[in-house]
Design a protein around this ligand. Structure first.
Ligand code: SF4
Length: 299
């Protein structure tokens, strides 16, 4: 997470700005502030921010700044929480301005959620694809409905699968994140299996498995403090990852758990690389492969 409260020269960043690890070298264009959902119990990123769409003039000013100083970056990532929620006309306008002023950009990406995908028709998504929107990042967290309800994700596994298909059918790449440990110790197994099932049905291009961290100020943290939520041990995290991966059948997706929050970096192109990745996890479980020490974990 990058704290960009202080306005940097040229780009008008506000509040906490986050982007997926794979967008580290992209032009980070903030088009919304906060998240339109802002209810997930584990997420503290935008807790104090009211969701808003930034002014066209500010967005254009940032695009013009990028056109002068970011000529080597050929990807744009639209921040914050879920840029897909922007009404179609305005989003098309933003993509057109990117094309006009940053003609070297090959791909535009952004976060989406089940609601923002639902609000776009298949035809609208196809138009966005034609205008350069090449990838959407969707926080799935779990395929277990009970867990989704508990963490207030505001959607069901079935709906997430449908929304995932809608994105892919429009020709937009789909990258999803799932959250190891989010169901606590009690539902770890159900969460791992149901998430594997969801991923298999959804068949996204990329899956990032992150490990949950309890962030002070979030409802999950309060629950944790009161003893209502049990954080998994290192070993339990690995067992959950193993079960999830074993139950995930992708036609050609990349499954990785190399985020800074994870104990064991895993990267596997499925279906071919699955056996090797499972062996690596087994190696860590038997103590033959070193784990990332606690102090090196972070968001
Ligand atoms: S949808 Fe994403 S950004 Fe919004 S509250 Fe949930 S986890 Fe946080």
């Amino acid at each position: 997470m990058t704290d960009c409260t202080a306005e940097s020269e040229g780009m008008h960043y506000e509040g906490n700005c986050i982007r997926p690890p794979s967008e580290a070298f992209s032009i980070l264009l903030q088009v919304t502030v906060g998240c339109s959902h802002n209810k997930c119990t584990f997420c503290g990123t935008y807790k104090d921010e009211r969701f808003s769409i930034k002014d066209d003039a500010i967005i254009l000013s940032d695009i013009l700044f990028a056109s002068r100083y970011m000529k080597r970056q050929d990807r744009v990532f639209l921040m914050d929480g879920d840029s897909l929620i922007i009404p179609q006309k305005r989003l098309v306008w933003i993509l057109d301005r990117i094309k006009e002023h940053l003609p070297w950009v090959r791909r535009v990406g952004g976060y989406a959620n089940a609601k923002s995908i639902k609000m776009k028709s298949p035809e609208e998504l196809r138009v966005l694809r034609e205008k350069g929107l090449g990838i959407l990042y969707l926080g799935v967290e779990s395929g277990d409905d009970e867990t989704l309800k508990k963490i207030r994700k505001g959607t069901s596994a079935e709906n997430l699968i449908r929304m995932g298909h809608k994105v892919r059918e429009a020709g937009i790449k789909l990258s999803v994140t799932v959250l190891l440990g989010i169901a606590g110790r009690e539902r770890s197994l159900e969460h791992a299996r149901a998430t594997g099932r969801l991923l298999s049905e959804m068949d996204p291009n990329y899956v990032g498995a992150l490990s949950v961290m309890v962030i002070p100020g979030t409802p999950l943290y309060e629950d944790f403090e009161k003893g209502g939520f049990t954080l998994l041990s290192q070993r339990e995290f690995l067992l959950e990852l193993r079960e999830m991966l074993a139950n995930t059948h992708l036609t050609r997706g990349l499954f990785f758990s190399n985020h800074a929050s994870n104990y064991l970096p895993v990267k596997a192109r499925l279906p071919k690389g699955k056996e090797e990745a499972l062996k690596l996890i087994d190696g860590a479980l038997s103590g033959k492969v070193d784990l990332r020490p606690e102090w090196m974990r972070g968001l």
